[in-house]
Design a protein around this ligand. Structure first.
Ligand code: FES
Length: 140
């Protein structure tokens, strides 16, 4: 299927689910206020990849926390759950930055899915997505 719709009404704050879109895992995380705050507090100059990598934005948009989520929907992080190094699936709520950790070669991602340490060259990709209503996300 080119696009899928996902009911996110049962995902509580602090929880995540993984769905499959075009054969790839997509992480949908309902972030805590603390996770958002931590991501917002990171200066862009600290990011190995300063580009948002968000298919919904300009290709050169900066990797701010807002640009990694969606306007008015900041608690929600939707991203392709594939490490940008060599394609393993990172583990959630692991690693030195409280986001994701890729055990294959040790890449650490933060609570906005941005690479912070390790061999991965880019932030995890935010796919095309939109809220159809408050409880439904369409991906693709
Ligand atoms: Fe993730 Fe290499 S594939 S660190």
């Amino acid at each position: 299927l080119a696009s899928i719709e996902v009911d996110v009404s049962a995902i509580d704050v602090g929880q995540s689910i993984t769905v499959t879109w075009r054969g790839k895992p997509v992480f949908i995380r309902h972030r805590t206020d603390k996770e958002i705050e931590e991501a917002n507090n990171v200066p862009l100059s600290d990011l190995p990849d300063p580009i948002a990598r968000n298919a919904n934005l300009d290709a050169n948009a900066e990797a701010t926390d807002l640009n990694r989520s969606a306007e008015g929907k900041e608690p929600w992080l939707v991203m392709v759950g594939i490490c940008t190094h060599l394609g393993c699936v990172p583990l959630g709520q692991k690693g030195d930055f409280g986001g994701w950790f890729c055990p294959c070669h040790g890449s650490h991602y933060d609570t906005a899915g941005r690479i912070r340490r390790g061999p991965a060259p880019e932030n995890m990709l935010v796919p095309p997505f939109a809220f159809v209503d408050d409880e439904t996300i369409r991906i693709g």
